[in-house]
Design a protein around this ligand. Structure first.
Ligand code: ADP
Length: 249
């Protein structure tokens, strides 16, 4: 089969804060139906790259294309509407609503950044069907009537991902989706990410290298704002520069 298509592409992106260059010369190709990891030590520029891609920050230089469309100067709300969605954009899990109602709210108000492009799901049965589909996809059907507040930490993150999926993103950016989880939740969320990535691209910042090894098709390693290495996990993890920079060995 042919190489999956590139859905998000950055060329030569750079971000200067005053005289300090937090990110420079970064080229990134994110593919449909692939999980792509962005790793690197603290301060490497991972968060800045996420902010540049989602347009929360304006790049000092470089170009960003989303499904072929130049979004370098597009505001973040429009970028989200075009299909590039970051998990924390919908991190509002309402604790006093049921799991089902959280998903229904997300489906009716698919972008809490920009209320101006309300996307009504007019018919109630359509709304309920889509809510059930989403809960089924993320494995929360049994919990649908529980209060979100009563879910485990891991399940709350799953619900958060479900509300993000309500936007039907083409590219999903996840910032440390497994942080702070026990092994059981890690397995659940990792399986969900794998499932979700069958029909869209996922770019994730992740510190848990065994998860990266297990889940990610492609790894980009950042160090001091630049790409240090890239490739599949095995290649990258054998790179002596990566071992020194990232693993400290
Ligand atoms: P990471 O997410 O990999 O830990 P960051 O992208 O948060 O790295 O930060 C990269 C570098 O840019 C760090 O040295 C950080 O101090 C700096 N930085 C990030 N945001 C700003 C800002 N708004 N102003 C100045 N420096 C910043």
């Amino acid at each position: 089969s042919s190489e999956p298509r590139v859905v998000l592409s950055a060329r030569g992106i750079r971000k200067d804060f005053g005289g300090f260059s937090a990110v420079r010369n970064v080229d990134l190709d994110v593919h449909h139906a692939r999980v792509h990891a962005l790793i690197g030590p603290n301060g490497a520029g991972k968060t800045t790259v996420f902010n540049l891609l989602t347009k929360f920050l304006q790049p000092t230089a470089g170009t960003i294309l989303l499904m072929g469309q130049d979004i370098t100067r597009t505001p973040p709300d429009k970028v989200a509407r075009l299909g590039l969605v970051r998990s924390f954009q919908i991190s509002a899990v309402f604790p006093h609503l049921s799991v089902l109602d959280n998903v229904r709210v997300a489906l009716q108000r698919p972008n809490n950044l920009a209320h101006q492009f309300w996307r009504p799901v007019s018919a109630l049965d359509t709304l309920n069907r889509r809510a059930d589909e989403l809960l089924g996809l993320v494995g929360l059907t049994k919990e649908r009537d529980r209060l979100a507040a009563d879910l485990s930490y891991g399940r709350k993150r799953v619900l958060e991902i479900a509300t993000t999926l309500a936007l039907d993103p083409k590219v999903l950016l996840l910032d440390e989706p497994l942080a702070g989880m026990g092994q059981e939740d890690i397995t659940v969320v990792a399986n969900l990410i794998r499932e979700v990535a069958k029909t869209r691209a996922v770019l994730m910042v992740e510190h848990n290298l065994s998860v990266v090894a297990d889940l990610c098709h492609f790894v980009t390693v950042l160090q001091r704002g630049e790409i240090l290495a890239e490739g599949d996990y095995e290649t990258v993890s054998r790179d002596p520069r990566v071992r020194i920079a990232y693993m400290g060995t």
